[in-house]
Unconditional design. Structure first.
Length: 133
């Protein structure tokens, strides 16, 4: 395995560890990463669990597609707990330098999430209804 292959595989493992940290809720391990986001999610969804669906590495970047599930048992931002089971999807690209994650670009299904916790009406993304004749 070449040095580039070794770095790529290590980067993939590091992204996997990041998501496993989310699953375990061990917040001490993510201080320098995304603690505020994780604390908010884990407080609202104490059984939060991420599953990595795809992990692909190229050069100094790792692309990942995931989904998570959890039960809305605590307030999330301004939204009170609903007790509903929630699932959400997302994808991201992580960039590494010298073995450390230095940047990330993440996308999630925010509208679907907000619909599931009742923050916005379901099917709001379908646009306005045509006028009745």
């Amino acid at each position: 395995m070449s040095m580039t292959d070794q770095a790529r595989e290590q980067n993939k493992r590091d992204v996997g560890k990041l998501f496993e940290t989310f699953n375990q809720g061990d917040l001490g391990l993510v201080d320098e990463l995304v603690k505020t986001v994780v604390v908010g999610l884990r407080s609202a969804f104490p059984d939060l669990h991420y599953t990595l669906d795809d992990v692909v590495a190229e050069g100094d970047q790792v692309a990942v597609r995931w989904h998570w599930t959890g039960t809305h048992k605590g307030p999330f931002r301004a939204f009170p707990a609903t007790g509903k089971a929630v699932s959400n999807t997302g994808a991201g690209i992580f960039r590494f330098k010298d073995g450390k994650n230095v940047a990330a670009s993440l996308e999630t299904d925010r509208l679907g999430f907000l619909e599931q916790i009742g923050a916005v009406p379901e099917n709001i993304g379908q646009g306005p209804r045509p006028p009745r004749p």
